[in-house]
Design a protein around this ligand. Structure first.
Ligand code: ADP
Ligand code: MG
Length: 406
């Protein structure tokens, strides 16, 4: 018991210690250069054993600031146990020399183990939030805190997986298999329109499964830098695919539901891929009837969806996310992770344009990472500020009485 207490105290102390460091953001170019020129497993090991601990510790400190009643939900407890275990496993390497070949081999295996352990983090966290919401309800304070937290927590996870993937793909046994021209998970010449097409095809299959039909795709490419040449970017194709897949699913659902009983046939979904000097932009447009302006911000809330909530079955396999309302917020995190953006422009009664902006240059694509510091801490302590613009009152002042009383 004494030993257990000692160990717990030691780990808490270590979390505190590592959380004092800010994460070191990497650019896609740095990831690429590192993987390309004399990629050195020892250097990567030395960087990761600290950087992964720092990123884990930063996020763990933030979990501990959530309201106690949210933290005590079984799913969140389970999640915390995964994070602690992974953190402790990384600590084992604090003093292991990279010169010992066993160290590097074991470290790589541990990273794969950690990656697998954390594969269900998103649905598990989602479940924790739903459990909490069902029991206690959400007020505006909790809503804004949870939104703030989840954006940061999931970004942290995206970055954590990015780092682990680079290491395991570059130095693991399967390093030579897979995509030969990829550097880890990065494609140095990612053909954007091809990814658009792939994502469309996958979304179309899903859409046809549910609705027996799906809109066509029309693609337009505008390469302002090298007209008529295919648009390429140094990027992580899996991230791009993920974003586009979500946008296509949304556009298809909106289109099919609007035109379900119409004899006109479905209007196509359009994709426009444009390369400028600074930005690479991808616009997905549909004529699915759009969303009223007032609701647009809400679409990025983790708990907002107009699709029926799918049943959550605790299982070892990943739970499907459709209908959880996680599509857009996570899509925006992927876009922002490398300094991009996702914006939605909708015209109610007509349709929606969703625009993904990415940095055209890999040297501009720096990781955008949450940092656990005083101002993050303050966010959890104070609620949303009182509105400093007038709100339409539900109880309008009777001007005649007001005048009479003066
Ligand atoms: P989900 O698709 O799981 O509901 P999302 O975050 O992807 O979650 O989308 C949230 C909600 O936004 C959808 O339920 C839908 O009501 C609305 N929405 C998203 N994209 C579109 C679109 N292109 N046209 C109309 N409504 C949309
Ligand atoms: Mg969706």
């Amino acid at each position: 018991m004494k030993l257990l207490n000692y160990l717990l105290k030691d780990v808490t102390h270590k979390i505190e210690y590592y959380s004092r460091f800010s994460p070191s953001p990497m650019s896609i170019k740095q990831f690429l250069d590192f993987g390309r020129d004399n990629a050195c497993e020892k250097t990567s090991y030395m960087f990761l054993r600290k950087e992964l601990a720092v990123r884990l510790a930063n996020t763990m400190r933030e979990v501990s600031l959530l309201p106690a009643s949210l933290q005590s939900q079984p799913s969140i407890k389970l999640l915390e146990s995964w994070y602690s275990q992974s953190f402790e496993e990384l600590l084992e390497y604090e003093k292991s020399s990279p010169e010992d070949p066993r160290t590097l081999k074991d470290f790589l295996e541990i990273l794969i183990k950690i990656q697998n352990r954390h594969s269900d983090v998103v649905p598990t966290m989602a479940q924790g939030v739903i459990e909490y919401k069902e029991k206690f309800g959400f007020d505006s304070f909790i809503t804004s805190n949870v939104q703030y937290f989840l954006d940061r927590f999931y970004t942290n996870r995206i970055s954590f997986r990015m780092l682990i993937n680079q290491h395991t793909l570059l130095f693991g046994d399967t390093a030579c298999l897979g995509q030969p021209k990829h550097i880890g998970s990065i494609d140095p010449a990612c053909n954007v329109t091809e990814v658009v097409r792939d994502a469309y095809v996958s979304a179309k299959m899903l859409c046809e499964k549910y609705y027996m039909t799906a809109p066509e795709l029309k693609i337009e490419e505008i390469n302002s830098k090298a007209p008529k040449k295919p648009i390429q970017v140094v990027y992580v194709p899996s991230h791009l695919f993920h974003m586009l897949f979500e946008l296509f699913k949304n556009s298809m659902r909106a289109t099919v539901e609007l035109y379900e009983n119409s004899s006109e046939g479905l209007p196509p979904v359009k994709a426009m891929v444009t390369l400028g000097k600074e930005d690479l932009s991808i616009k997905i447009s549909d004529k699915g009837g759009g969303v009223p302006l007032q609701k647009i911000d809400r679409l990025f809330n983790y708990t907002y969806s107009t699709a029926p909530t799918p049943h959550l079955v605790p299982s070892q396999t990943a739970v499907p996310l459709a209908g959880f309302g996680y599509g857009l917020p996570i899509c925006r995190l992927y876009a922002r992770y490398f300094q991009g953006e996702l914006s939605l422009y909708s015209i109610e009664g007509f349709g929606t344009d969703a625009v993904i902006h990415l940095k055209a240059l890999s040297s501009d694509s720096f990781e955008r990472l949450p940092v656990f510091n005083k101002s993050a801490w303050r966010h959890y302590q104070t609620g949303p500020e009182a509105d400093d613009w007038s709100n339409p009152s539900s109880d309008p002042r009777d001007a005649s009485t007001y005048k009479a009383n003066r």
